[in-house]
Write a protein that binds this ligand. Sequence first.
Ligand code: SAH
Length: 472
Amino acid sequence: MQHFPLFTDLHDRTVLVVGAGVVADRKIGLLLSAGARVVVGAHAAHPQVQARARAGQIILKLALFDPAWLDEAWLVIAATSDRALNQRVAQAAQARRLFCNVVDDAELSSAQVPAIVDRAPLTVAISSGGSAPVIARRLRERIETLMEPALGPLAALARRKRLAIRQARPQLHARRAFYDWLMDGPVLDALRRQRPDEAAARLDAALAHETPAPAGKVLLVGAGPGDPGLLTLRGLRALNEADVILADRLVSPEILALARRDAQIIDVGKAIGGPHDSTQARIHALMVSHARQGRCVVRLKGGDPLVFGRGGEELQHLKRHGVPYEVVPGITAALACGAYAGIPLTHRDHAQSLTLATAHRRADADAAPTGQTRVYYMGIGRLPGLCRQLLDDGVAADTPCALIENGSRPNQRTVLATLTTLPSAAVRHQVSSPALILVGEVAALGADLAWFGQTLDAQAFSPEPAYLHALA
Ligand code: SAH
């Protein structure tokens, strides 16, 4: 082994950074995120570093290098563009038996800073010993895609519950099985869905009993329009996790080739003009039966799974049968075709709205005022006016609406209301930008089918919070 990997606790320990340019600033940021007390020494400082000093984040010494700066340091980083100076810093560190990293100079360094994948408290560090930082960085990108963000909170939860787990599972093999269940089961799923309280409750409940067999689930995944590059990272992870894949005809073979090698792929594509309802019933039955056998089922659909794909019915079926699910959106055909044909779907001068419609519709649909979903971007500041306008246009006052704030982000909130109550609900919950306003009957389904983040005022449409169902 060329270098000995070591994870250091820098909390409240002094680290000296010599140099105060852009490169130094990157290291300073990293050190601060590890809780280090950072002292920066340089004869001149980049405005960003000066700002850090003014904000009290660092101590800045504007002077020529003085070996006395090393007195309190546990670690030294030389990040100047002057090699002779870097060398003097490295020598001063060497004389005091301090480790020193000279940025991008393996020869002068006694310590290397690895490429990092940060899922605190989990950290993966990759080093090529300074011989090929680019390869290490590329590897880091790959590992970054493999390690989903929810692993960090999972590790933090495991740390909090470590004693309880040890007490409830005194034997090593039982403890191992429990940790396996943590990685594979509903606790990680709940964290993915940004529901930390549910995750902790499920962990506690499981500790009180035998370790449950891994629970099955269904991931309803959008495969995008066909180009495998347009599959999402979350979609790719789902394909790697799948035991069974139920694939639509629209899904391209290049995308199926990305699936875990031993996943069972079942073609459930609907033949054009074939008996749709029997195919749909078969899909419903396959999803439930495979999930009930503890499998991870990926239901893979072209484009986005909730745009013209009967994905909504599939979720309702899963919900009725108590099968846990997640939805991974995909790039819908309209977005992909616009982008790849060089056609902007909206344009300041030419188009202010976009309708996704199906050409297959019931003969009477045009006459009916309902059956339409309207989604408004950039509307949160004009919400009362927008609602009034819609009422004036004849949209029913009790039409279900949803305000989705920070969609898909860890702090996602969905507020459910009707067209008349929406403005006051938005004020009550202090909904702010970025948010999307969705108006139409489908919004009410959110009360029942929501699976991610917080849903507020769901009682407007449903008497019970969704996840209590699954816990029972
Ligand atoms: N859920 C899909 C749509 C399913 S309906 C989505 O979000 O895209 C199937 C229709 O989608 C097709 O009849 C066709 O009109 C359109 N479609 C799907 N993929 C397409 C592609 N790559 N190019 C053009 N149209 C596509």
